[in-house]
Write a protein that binds this ligand. Structure first.
Ligand code: CA
Length: 233
C-alpha cells in the first residue's frame, strides 16, 4: 500500500475503541476516533477519511443513519463503510447494505480478521476492475478511468462496490454469473459473507439503473446476467 490510509473508527465501547485504534495503527493505518454519531459526522465534515469502521449501536443516532448520511453526501459517497454488528442485528445489517455499506464484521471478531477486511475493501475501492469492461452495454456507459457510470445522460450514484459489480457484469454481458462467482470476483470472497449479500447489492444496483434496470436479469436458482440488447436479436 502506498500512502497511509486514514480510517475513522466509530465505536462507543471505550475498550473496543482503544483496541481498534492500537491495532489499526500497528497495521499501518492513520486512525481518527469517534464515540458518538455526532463526533463521527463532525470528523467527516472536517476531512474525508479513506475508510469508515462504523458500530451500529451508538448512543445518539443509529449507525445506519450515519451510514445513510455518509453515502448520501456527494463529497463522501465513495468512502467505503464497514459496519460492526452484534449477533442478532441482522435487520440492521441488511438496512446498512441497502444504504450502501461495503462490508460488515460481526462481533465478537478478531482484530486480524477486521484488518484483512479493511485492506480488501480499500483494495476494491481503488483497484482496477476485474477485467476490462466494454464502454457501453445498451444505454449503460462506463467511464472506467473516472469510475463513473451513466444511463443516457444521467450519472448513476454508485458506490465503489456497485461500480465494480456493474463493470464485472458488463465485462461478462450475456453470460450468467452465479452468486458464488460474483462473491469471489467482486467481493474477493469474505468467507462468511452469504450469497444473500450479492442479492442485496444487485437489487440496489438494479434500482439505480433506472430505465436500464430490465437489462439486469435474475436467472432463477443460478445468479444474474446483464443482457446486451445488441445481442438479443
Ligand atoms: Ca455500540
Amino acid at each position: 500500500m502506498g500512502a497511509v490510509s486514514s480510517v475513522l473508527i466509530v465505536e462507543d465501547e471505550r475498550d473496543l475503541l482503544s483496541l481498534l485504534d492500537f491495532n489499526l495503527r500497528q497495521a499501518g493505518f492513520e486512525t481518527l476516533l469517534a464515540s458518538t454519531a455526532e463526533e463521527a459526522l463532525a470528523h467527516v465534515r472536517r476531512r474525508v477519511p479513506d475508510l469508515v469502521v462504523l458500530d451500529l449501536m451508538l448512543p445518539d443516532l443509529p449507525g445506519t443513519e450515519v451510514c445513510r448520511r455518509i453515502k448520501g453526501a456527494e463529497r463522501t459517497r465513495n468512502v467505503p463503510v464497514v459496519m460492526l454488528t452484534a449477533k442478532g442485528e441482522e435487520v440492521d445489517r441488511v438496512v446498512g447494505f441497502e444504504l450502501g455499506a461495503d462490508d460488515y464484521v460481526t462481533k465478537p471478531f478478531s482484530v486480524r480478521e477486521l484488518t484483512l477486511r479493511l485492506q480488501a475493501v480499500l483494495r476494491r475501492s481503488t483497484a482496477a476492475p476485474v477485467e476490462a469492461a466494454p464502454e457501453r452495454v445498451g444505454p449503460i456507459r462506463l467511464d472506467a478511468e473516472a469510475h463513473r457510470a451513466f444511463v443516457g445522460a444521467e450519472e448513476l450514484p454508485l458506490t465503489p462496490l456497485e461500480f465494480r459489480l456493474l463493470s464485472t457484469l458488463m465485462a461478462r454481458a450475456g453470460r450468467v454469473q452465479s452468486r458464488e462467482q460474483l462473491l469471489a470476483d467482486v467481493w474477493e470472497m469474505s468467507p462468511d459473507l452469504e450469497t444473500r449479500t450479492v442479492d442485496t447489492h444487485v437489487k440496489r444496483l438494479r434500482e439505480k439503473l433506472g430505465e436500464a434496470r430490465e437489462l439486469l436479469e435474475t436467472v432463477r436458482g443460478v445468479g444474474y446476467r446483464l443482457v446486451d440488447p445488441a445481442e438479443k436479436g
